[in-house]
Design a protein around this ligand. Structure first.
Ligand code: SF4
Length: 95
């Protein structure tokens, strides 16, 4: 993301893990219209509709700005945000 100069190494493992992958579509979508689509400031979480009409919970982990909101705000506490490795993460110059 340009504004925070977030830098990611291409081969790092996904640092956003779901404890139960069925919760976003099974519970959060019908009950809360999957709030992760709205509270994440970087648009990491998306509900996409496939050509078949099936819905999919997509995690665009490369967009993450590591604000940790998802770790706190998920209704089922289902998202585990793991601190990124190495030198990735926001780089705020002049701080
Ligand atoms: S840590 Fe912040 S930016 Fe990254 S996925 Fe979670 S809510 Fe989005």
């Amino acid at each position: 993301m340009f504004l925070s100069n977030t830098n990611h190494e291409e081969d790092q493992p996904c640092h956003l893990k779901l404890a139960d992958p069925s919760i976003p579509l099974g519970k959060n979508l019908p009950l809360y219209d999957e709030p992760a689509q709205r509270y994440c400031p970087a648009g990491v979480y998306e509900i996409v509709t496939l050509e078949s009409g099936e819905k999919k919970f997509q995690i665009n982990a490369q967009n993450c700005v590591h604000c940790k909101t998802c770790d706190i705000k998920d209704p089922a506490q289902n998202i585990n945000w793991i601190a990124p490795e190495g030198t990735g993460g926001p780089n705020y110059p002049n701080m």
